[in-house]
Design a protein around this ligand. Structure first.
Ligand SMILES: CC(C)(COP(=O)(O)OP(=O)(O)OC[C@H]1O[C@@H](n2cnc3c(N)ncnc32)[C@H](O)[C@@H]1OP(=O)(O)O)[C@@H](O)C(=O)NCCC(=O)NCCS
Length: 303
């Protein structure tokens, strides 16, 4: 068995393995390509897809992300062809990944929750062999999180709320590419660079998948969708500055995003990695769809 680095031309082989392996998920080859090869922060993160090959056959893959500047890493999607389970294929891939992380000074690795480009925000524990594999390799479960799902069977009413907000000096509108300066100021002050990056990806959609609340020429709240996993009707992130909370601004922005997703033909929206479950249950009738276990590996303590 050889371990090599994948090229984009290996995508189809990876997709064939992934489609069989990830039985609780439905996804296209384009979505897998986004996860494995489309690095949204190339200045910060290094993406690598390791392949296990026997002769010319790919029998397993493992995606890794390294953020050397913060001594952090992420273990992305990984799978072994069913014909080769329990032959230490994934373990060999993992050892390569750990060697590279150690060489880059990485001290902590989280499973699956890559910033701005995650398939799931943790491990669905129904993937029990993967759970056993992670624990076998020293990963520790440290938290849970949930994805919600919202039905899009009707359009949400926003006009009344928008009128009320207008009367108190808050304008609600879709972002445009000319909003970059406003967005930079807002995210510098409030929610930081990770969400700035996701907002940029959302804003680059056509039409921009980003809605804003503005008061006195400054952004006070935002909501986004479709920055990744577009085929799943993927909502988020969203945020309202602490001073602007309690005015139902978030409700309007959330509903505008879900109306966009409905107009694009989605029947449901995934609201990932929440957060205030009650807010989404109340305003868009969302419910918990899946629960994920978050795992991390401390490399420093392993050596
Ligand atoms: C998880 C997965 C990648 C493991 O691949 P693999 O190549 O069979 O794993 P390894 O042979 O390297 O397993 C190493 C250790 O993990 C544990 N392990 C792996 N599969 C296991 C299983 N089915 N049951 C219990 N423990 C298991 C064992 O401790 C094993 O060591 P051992 O065989 O010496 O007892 C494979 O089962 C798979 O492709 N699953 C579906 C995809 C998936 O769930 N991916 C993760 C989510 S992205």
């Amino acid at each position: 068995m050889n371990i090599i680095t994948a090229k984009t031309s290996d995508l189809t082989a990876n997709y064939n393995i992934a489609r069989d392996a990830f039985q609780y998920d439905t996804f296209s080859i384009n979505l897998l390509e986004e996860k494995l090869f489309r690095n949204p922060s190339p200045d910060l993160d290094e993406y690598r897809v390791l392949l296990a090959k026997v002769d010319e056959n790919i029998i397993g893959f493992m995606h890794t992300v390294t953020r050397a500047t913060e001594s952090r890493g992420w273990l992305g999607l990984f799978a072994t062809a069913a014909t080769h389970h329990r032959q230490h294929v994934a373990s060999r891939l993992h050892q390569h990944a750990v060697d590279a992380w150690n060489a880059a000074g990485v001290q902590q690795v989280e499973a699956l929750a890559m910033p701005g480009n995650y398939f799931t925000p943790g491990l669905d524990p129904r993937y029990t062999p993967a759970l056993c594999f992670l624990e076998h390799h020293g990963f520790e479960r440290f938290s849970d999180c949930a994805n919600l799902i919202a039905p899009l069977d009707r359009e949400f009413e926003t006009a009344e709320d928008e009128e009320r907000l207008k009367k108190i000096g808050v304008a609600v509108r879709r972002a445009t590419i000319d909003d970059n300066k406003l967005l930079d100021d807002f995210f510098n002050e409030e929610f930081g660079p990770a969400w700035r990056m996701e907002a940029a990806l959302a804003c680059a959609q056509d039409p921009p998948a980003l809605h804003l609340a503005i008061e006195n020429d400054r952004i006070i709240a935002f909501s986004a969708h479709s920055s990744q996993n577009r085929e799943w009707g993927f909502f988020g992130p969203m945020g309202t500055t602490p001073a602007a909370r309690g005015k139902s601004i978030g409700r309007v922005l959330l509903r505008r995003c879900l109306n966009d997703l409905r107009a694009a033909g989605h029947r449901t929206s995934i609201i990932p990695w929440v957060g205030p479950i009650g807010f989404y249950a109340k305003h868009v009738n969302a419910h918990v769809d899946r629960v994920f276990w978050r795992y991390r590996l401390t490399l420093a303590s392993q050596s």
